[in-house]
Design a binder for this molecule. Sequence first.
Ligand SMILES: [Zn+2]
Length: 73
Amino acid sequence: MFDLNYDLIKREIESEVCKEHHLHPEFVKTDDGFGIKACCQPFHAELVAKSEKMIEEETKSFLDKMMKDMFNE
Ligand SMILES: [Zn+2]
């Protein structure tokens, strides 16, 4: 495995505000990944989807970079 840029994801997630309660979520790193604390279930689900998409993109750009590095040797 490789280290994802969790700081970037954390910043993005924590900048979100719940439309219903006007509260910011909290992004917490755990031993097996990360968790998101939000004020309500719908907002939490939205944030999980967003973070998964970001991680997918991070993973893709990491792999792209790795491939480029491999071919440039
Ligand atoms: Zn809420």
